[in-house]
Design a binder for this molecule. Structure first.
Ligand code: F3S
Length: 424
């Protein structure tokens, strides 16, 4: 078979089947995928992959078969990888009998799939999170690293906040890239693909909620790269823990309400600091965001609940997963509010989601952990979207501070302050 891409002698050997049929198929898939996007060559990946497919849905039969083939050939990723969150945690996210039956059908292959993941290079049992780049989890790219990731919230963080280079790949292609150690060079892997088509001028009189700002940007620029000016007025010039949390949530909203895979924040994110407005392409578009635009965006969110004035029964916080800093902040906010109101426990079943490693670290601070748990809050490692994505749970009146969860489910979006008002 002829390939349009420039290939090295070693790659040609693999594609000729000299290193086995399975490796040949893996590389061929990566090459054909790259050619679809006009890539002219493959480049070595320099950091571990992060997989988006974390759930054992029985209809993904071809994935399980492919995994079996990789395993039987002894093929695994060059470096240990991380993967998106697990779907189920009955201890902390309760389900009734009917829901358990639904989950059993939906995620019936979870155990088998996790065992396959381990055999092809999964780091460990704790590696299930969308925030793999947090220090407690440890899949932390460096600036300039070439990656092959697919989880949209992680891709946008790695590209924008860290300055690593990954396309927003399709699921399974990241795994195959991890096995062959290569990814096609196109899009965000090139200097040109990282330049901005949009100048976002933030002119608000206050720091917007990150999930709303990200949503506004995403809906406007879709998959283009935005260069955001005016945000440093509020965030400053240092990537502190609070600032990184803000950018994590803003990015995830821009990636889900649109399809942003990279943004630059003037005077703050690494490439914007180095190259400033040179990052803007000629003939860029401008989008001005002021107070009224933020208000318009919030009002534009449709309410998907069957009964519009239902009382919330469940609240999910932490999509993408919360950082340790955010867990501590929520603990502080919730206990202060409880004290103020003289309530002993929350009225709404409130669930905070974070990486297993982050939860473990948080538990070490037993005083804070007790404070949070005694208020009635549950702490889980699941992805709330995987909980919501079925006909039973989607009927519930769920509230969230996540614009990603709002976009892909029937959950209702509220800002953090509004959430605090509702859960008491
Ligand atoms: Fe993470 Fe699931 Fe939200 S993967 S970003 S918690 S939808």
């Amino acid at each position: 078979m002829d390939f349009k891409m420039r290939l090295t002698p070693k790659e040609i050997e693999i594609l000729e089947g000299k290193h086995g049929e399975t490796l040949k198929k893996a590389l061929k898939s990566v090459v054909l995928y790259g050619e679809t996007f006009g890539a002219e060559e493959l480049v070595d990946i320099t950091g571990p992959v992060h997989l988006v497919t974390s759930f054992g849905i029985p209809i993904l039969e071809p994935v399980f078969d492919m995994m079996e083939e990789l395993i039987s050939e002894g093929l695994l990723t060059k470096e240990k990888f991380t993967v998106d969150p697990r779907p189920i945690d009955y201890e902390n996210v309760k389900a009734n009998l009917l829901e358990k039956i639904v989950f059993k059908i939906m995620y019936g292959k979870q155990k088998e799939y996790e065992s396959q993941l381990k055999k092809v290079g999964l780091k460990d049992d704790n590696s299930f999170t969308c925030t793999c780049y947090l220090p407690e989890v440890g899949n932390i790219p460096k600036r300039g690293d070439i990656l092959s990731w697919a989880e949209s919230s992680a891709v946008v963080y790695a590209n924008s906040v860290i300055g690593a280079r990954t396309n927003r790949n399709s699921g399974i292609i990241e795994l195959l890239s991890g096995i062959v150690g290569k990814t096609p060079k196109f899009g965000f892997l090139t200097d040109g693909g990282r330049r901005a088509k949009w100048l976002i001028e933030l002119k608000t009189s206050f720091l917007p909620n990150p999930q709303v700002l990200g949503s506004a940007i995403g809906m406007k620029v879709m998959e283009d790269v935005p260069y955001i000016a005016g945000l440093d007025r509020f965030l400053g010039n240092n990537l502190s823990d609070d600032v990184k949390d803000y950018l994590k949530d803003m990015g995830a909203a821009s990636a889900s309400n649109g399809a942003v895979g990279l943004y630059h924040v003037e005077n703050l994110t690494p490439e914007a600091v180095d190259f400033k407005r040179e990052l803007l392409l000629k003939d860029y578009n401008t989008y001005i965001i002021d107070d009224s635009e933020i208000e318009r965006i919030i009002k534009s969110y449709p309410l998907m609940w069957k009964s519009k004035d239902a009382k919330p029964s469940l609240c999910f916080i932490g999509c993408p997963h919360l950082s340790l800093n955010q867990l501590k902040n929520w603990t502080e906010k919730i206990s202060k509010e409880l004290e103020k109101r003289g309530n002993k426990k929350l009225k709404v079943n409130t669930i905070l989601c974070a990486a297993p490693d982050v939860i473990e670290e948080f538990k070490k601070d037993s005083k804070n952990y007790e404070k949070l748990i005694s208020s009635g809050v549950k702490l889980t490692y699941i992805c709330p979207l995987m909980y919501m994505n079925n006909p039973l749970c989607s009927k519930k009146a769920v509230i969230t501070n996540s614009n990603k969860l709002r976009t892909y489910s029937t959950a209702r979006f509220y800002t953090d302050d509004e959430i605090l008002n509702y859960i008491f």
